[in-house]
Design a protein around this ligand. Structure first.
Ligand code: ADP
Ligand code: MG
Ligand code: ZN
Length: 481
C-alpha cells in the first residue's frame, strides 16, 4: 500500500520597499510613471557609472527584517547575480547572495485548528529590481518594449524554511507576513499592484519522513488566493505522479489562474553569483540598530493581546483593531478621548468603512476626528441618543466641525428616556395595533418586533430602545393576564 503523502512548502517573497528613490541612484521610485521617465545613467546601467547605495533602502529593509524577527547581520554585501535577459541588459543583478542582510527569523501563524505554528525564515536579502518588459503587437509582429522606470528599484527577498505543510497555512503565512510588513511601513505589500510577489516551492514525501525531495517552483501568482490554488494543484499533481511511480523532476512552473493549472516554464539562463566590487560592504553599527529597534512600533500581535487584556475587547475585535496601523492609531486616539473601547472597536469596524468609502476618504484624512467620534460614542453609551440617531450624527460630523452635542441639538434627536413619555407612546401603539397584540399573545414573537418598530417610528426614531422594550413587554404581558 502507498504510504500517505505530506506536502512540503517553502516560499520566496519579493517585496518592493516604499522608498522615495531607487536603490543605487536618486531617481524617483515610481515604476508606474510614464515609461522611461525615471532614469539616469546609473539605473540605465550604462557603463562607467558607480552605484551609490541608498540609506533609505537600508532603513526600510531593516524594518522588514525586524518585523519578521530576523537577526540583522553586522556585515552584509552585494553580489552580482549573473544572467542576461532584455530586462537586465547590464548582465547582472545586484543582490545579496553570499552575505544577506538578515537571517534566522520567524513568524507564528494560526492554523485552521487554531493552534500556533512557528514558520522559520531562512534569510532576507536586498536586491535591485530589473526593468519591465511590455509585449505589444505591431501589425503582425510582436515587439517587446523595455521600461526602465522599475530598473534599480529597491526590493527585499524573504526566503522561508520549508516549514509549511498545507495551502491554507501558506495563505495564512502570507497574510500574517503582509500584516507585519505593512505595519512596519516598509512596503505597501499589494499583490495586485505588484509590490509583493510570491514564488512557492512544493515537494511531497511520505508522512512522518524528514527527507527533502525534489521540488517544483511555481511563479507568477498575483494574489494570496492564487498561491493557495496553485499550491493545492501542484500537490495533487505530484501525488498522482508518485502514485504512478513516476519521478518528480526539479523545475519551474507557471500558474494560469484562468485555466487553474500550472505548466512548465522555460528557465532563464542563470550564471554564477560573484562578489560585487562596486558597492562597499554594508556595516551595521550597534548604535544604529538599537535606534531602529527603539523606533519599531508595537506590532499587531502584542497590540491585540493588550486590547483584550486592558480594554476588554473580544479576540475578533482585537484582531480587527490591531491588524492595520492606521486603524489602530485611530482606535487608540479615540480611547485617549475616553471612547468606550468595545463600542469604539465595533463602530470603527462596522460603521466607519462604508461611510469613508461613500465619502472617498481614509481614516487619515477624514474630517471626522477621533475626538468627536469618541464624544459621539460616549453619548450613545450614556443613552443620550440611540444607535439610529448616532449613525445619523456620525454622518453629520463629517460635514461640519460642530461637536456631537451641538449636532444632536440641531437635529433634535436626543433620545427619549422619560418613562411617562414612553409609556404614553406604548399605550397608543398597543391600542392602534390590536391584531399584532393578539398575535403576540398567541405566541408569535415576531409581533413584538413589529410593535417595537411602530413605537420607534412614532417617537421619530428617538425612543430609548432598551426602555421601550422593557415597557412594551411588561405592558403586553400585563395586559394578557
Ligand atoms: P534553491 O537553491 O533551489 O533556490 P533553496 O534551498 O534556496 O533552493 O530554497 C528555496 C526555497 O525553496 C526556500 O523557500 C525553501 O524553503 C524551499 N525549499 C527547499 N527545499 C524544498 C523542498 N524539498 N520542498 C519544498 N520547498 C523547499
Ligand atoms: Mg532560490
Ligand atoms: Zn537612476
Amino acid at each position: 500500500m502507498m504510504p500517505t503523502l505530506q506536502a512540503v512548502i517553502g516560499l520566496e517573497i519579493h517585496v518592493q520597499l516604499s522608498c522615495a528613490t531607487k536603490m543605487f541612484c536618486s531617481c524617483p521610485n515610481r515604476p508606474g510613471d510614464e515609461p522611461n521617465r525615471n532614469t539616469c545613467p546609473i539605473c540605465l546601467w550604462l557603463p562607467g557609472n558607480l552605484p551609490r547605495f541608498s540609506a533609505e533602502a537600508l532603513e526600510k529593509a531593516t524594518l522588514a527584517c525586524l518585523a519578521l524577527n530576523c537577526r540583522i547581520q553586522k556585515e552584509s554585501a552585494f553580489d552580482q547575480k549573473v544572467y542576461y535577459y532584455p530586462d537586465l541588459p547590464k548582465g547582472y543583478q545586484l543582490s545579496q547572495f553570499h552575505r544577506p542582510l538578515a537571517r534566522n527569523g520567524w513568524l507564528d501563524i494560526v492554523q485552521e485548528d487554531e493552534t500556533l505554528q512557528r514558520i522559520r525564515i531562512q534569510k532576507i536579502h536586498m536586491e535591485e529590481d530589473v526593468a519591465r518588459l511590455v509585449h505589444e503587437k505591431e501589425g503582425k509582429t510582436t515587439v517587446s518594449l523595455v521600461d526602465f522606470n522599475r530598473a534599480g528599484t529597491p526590493l527585499v527577498e524573504i526566503v522561508t524554511e520549508p516549514d509549511l505543510r498545507t495551502p491554507a497555512d501558506a495563505m495564512e503565512f502570507l497574510r500574517t507576513l503582509r500584516m507585519q510588513l505593512r505595519y512596519s511601513q516598509c512596503s505597501t505589500c499589494s499583490m495586485e499592484q505588484g509590490t509583493m510577489r510570491v514564488d512557492a516551492n512544493v515537494s511531497v514525501r511520505p508522512s512522518g519522513s524528514n527527507v527533502l525531495n525534489a521540488k517544483v517552483e511555481i511563479k507568477n501568482m498575483n494574489s494570496i488566493r492564487h498561491v493557495g490554488d496553485a499550491v493545492a494543484h501542484e500537490i495533487r499533481r505530484q501525488e498522482s505522479l508518485a502514485m504512478s511511480k513516476e519521478p518528480i523532476v526539479t523545475h519551474t512552473r507557471l500558474w494560469d489562474p484562468e485555466a487553474r493549472i500550472t505548466s512548465p516554464m522555460r528557465e532563464k539562463f542563470e550564471g554564477p553569483c560573484v562578489p560585487d566590487p562596486s558597492v562597499p560592504p554594508i556595516v551595521i553599527s550597534e548604535k544604529w540598530l538599537r535606534e531602529m529597534i527603539r523606533n519599531m512600533p508595537e506590532m499587531p500581535g502584542l497590540k491585540a493581546e493588550r486590547y483584550m487584556n486592558r480594554h476588554g475587547l473580544t479576540r475578533e475585535e482585537a484582531l480587527q483593531m490591531s491588524a492595520e496601523r492606521n486603524v489602530s492609531c485611530y482606535f487608540e486616539s479615540a480611547l485617549d478621548h475616553q471612547a468606550p473601547p468595545r463600542l469604539a472597536a465595533q463602530w470603527i469596524a462596522a460603521q466607519l468603512p462604508p461611510l469613508l468609502k461613500d465619502r472617498e476618504e481614509t481614516l487619515e484624512n477624514t474630517p471626522l476626528d477621533p475626538q468627536r467620534f469618541a464624544g459621539l460614542l460616549l453619548m450613545l453609551e450614556r443613552e443620550e441618543i440611540n444607535a439610529n440617531a448616532a449613525r445619523e450624527v456620525l454622518r453629520k460630523l463629517c460635514e461640519s466641525t460642530a461637536s456631537p452635542a451641538e449636532i444632536v441639538v440641531q437635529c433634535g434627536c436626543r433620545q427619549v428616556s422619560e418613562a411617562d413619555e414612553l409609556e404614553a407612546l406604548v399605550d397608543r401603539v398597543i391600542l392602534e395595533n390590536a391584531s399584532a397584540v393578539e398575535n403576540f399573545r398567541q405566541g408569535a414573537s415576531k409581533a413584538l418586533g413589529f410593535l417595537m418598530g411602530r413605537a420607534m417610528q412614532a417617537s421619530g426614531g428617538k425612543a430609548n430602545p432598551r426602555l421601550l422594550k422593557e415597557l412594551m413587554t411588561s405592558k403586553l404581558k400585563g395586559d394578557g393576564q
